[in-house]
Design a protein around this ligand. Structure first.
Ligand code: HEM
Length: 412
């Protein structure tokens, strides 16, 4: 029997090597595994591709509400008392039909490939700015702290309409929210510290909504501030939660993909050469980087009826945790899954989820990753690691926390 409690250990799940070893063990030997940990409500861990895909596409049988991500019991209780929901938020990932469909409809068109494609020029300029910055740093930098964390942050904040001078504060809040298990990123260990992070988000976005109602602009903040659903404005918790999910989901994930993507190219120089020689591969390479890094480690669902998976009965009302990195390395669904291959068929991956809740920002995410490497790779003569990366200790969104690289740009 595998040690499924390790799934809740941020140090094990934060480090790529130990995470993949644990997930492989579970997927092969204990694919539907009941996890009981003193600090968490019990749940079933699901690690096979076909099961995760099936659960994700049957949104009426497997609900998002009330448990969407793994949060410690004590914290869930505190949020229930403070906000009236176990998650503290009311975002798209916390909703089910019909409300989910209506609220997703508010931004659905905005995030479609056509409108997102029209942002290419702006995103390309931001990518250039950060590759220029890398060049100006003189041949060595912490790629995560100085480049990959900041570029997607600038992109999503400019889309939302957050002023550049407030980006650093947003980055800190996101890291405090997602990296809460990592002592170097959390605000503190007490439940109140986590609640204070949420309150800071609330206060900031409430003020932004008021500003946009008075002075509408061409940005997502204005769309969310003025949206009507069934003729009514969004409720405050829904509205602020919408800001929080786009602001947070929109950069840590992409940042982790870009850092992990560069790491993969350094580790597989033949793929870097192939990319350089075949610019038409940038789009697919971005998608493969997303599969390879699978920065969102899990999402949860709750059963509405008794279910049977691999001989295990899961009762109605029990919770399932879907481990995306495990699915993306499942050889039953993906050929040679442990090979980083920028030419592979990337359609069957689950890093962006699947079904009705599939990532709203998926086209933006792929475009951001693609445009960054399109700018960087042709300008780079050589790049290598200096030492080993450090990983964020997290069980929800993971990736490198710090990655020192040495490099040489081609002469202009
Ligand atoms: C490489 C980057 C990204 C990855 C790996 C990623 C991954 C995911 C995953 C796994 C889900 C849950 C899907 C499910 O339950 O089936 C999700 C949902 C979501 N993502 Fe992303 N995401 C990324 C980038 C973005 C960006 C740039 C945005 C920008 C707004 C975004 C916004 C959202 C939202 C709003 C949801 C909730 C959708 C819903 O429940 O209807 N994500 N994402």
């Amino acid at each position: 029997m595998s040690n499924n409690l390790d799934l809740l250990d941020p140090a094990i799940m934060g480090d790529e090597t130990s995470m993949y070893a644990l997930l492989e063990d579970l997927r092969e030997n204990d694919p539907v595994s009941y996890v009981e940990h003193p600090d968490y409500q019990p749940f079933w861990s699901i690690t096979r591709h076909e099961d995760i895909k099936f659960i994700s596409q049957n949104n009426e049988r497997f609900l998002n509400n009330p448990r969407t991500v793994l949060i410690q019991k004590e914290f869930e209780q505190a949020m229930l008392e403070q906000f009236g929901t176990r998650n503290g938020l009311e975002t798209l990932i916390h909703m089910d039909a019909p409300k989910h469909r209506k609220l997703r409809g508010v931004t659905r068109d905005w995030f479609k490939p056509g409108p997102i494609g029209r942002l290419s020029g702006d995103i390309q300029s931001i990518a250039k700015e950060y590759v220029d910055k890398m060049e100006s740093l003189g041949g060595e930098c912490d790629f995560v702290k100085e480049i990959s964390l900041l570029y997607p942050l600038r992109v999503i904040m400019s889309i939302i309409g957050v002023a550049p001078e407030e980006e650093a504060m947003m980055l800190k809040l996101t890291q405090e929210l997602f990296g809460g298990a990592d002592p170097s990123q959390s605000r503190g260990e007490e439940v109140e510290d986590g609640l204070a992070v949420l309150m800071d988000f609330f206060n900031y976005f409430t003020a932004l909504v008021e500003q946009r109602k008075k002075n509408p602009q061409d940005d997502l903040a204005t769309l969310l501030a003025t949206a009507l659903v069934d003729g009514e404005p969004l409720e405050q918790l829904e509205q602020i939660s919408y800001f929080i999910i786009t602001a947070t989901a929109g950069h840590d994930t992409t940042a982790a993909t870009i850092a992990g993507g560069l790491r993969a190219l350094i580790q597989h120089p033949e793929q870097m050469d192939k990319l350089r020689a075949n610019p038409e591969l940038y789009h697919n390479a971005a998608r493969e980087m997303i599969r390879w890094t699978s920065p969102v480690r899990h999402m949860m669902r709750t059963t509405t009826q008794d279910e049977e998976f691999h001989g295990q009965t899961i009762k109605a009302g029990e919770n399932l945790c879907l481990w995306y990195p495990a699915a993306n390395r499942d050889a039953r669904a993906i050929e040679n899954p442990d090979v980083f291959d920028i030419e592979r068929d990337t359609r069957n991956q689950l890093a962006l989820g699947f079904g009705g809740h599939m990532c709203l920002g998926q086209h933006l995410a792929v475009l951001e990753v693609e445009l960054f490497f399109r700018e960087l790779i042709p300008r780079l003569r050589h790049v290598e690691f200096v030492g080993e990366p450090e990983w964020v200790q997290a069980i929800f969104v993971g990736g490198p926390k710090s990655m020192q690289v040495r490099y040489e740009f081609l002469a202009k």
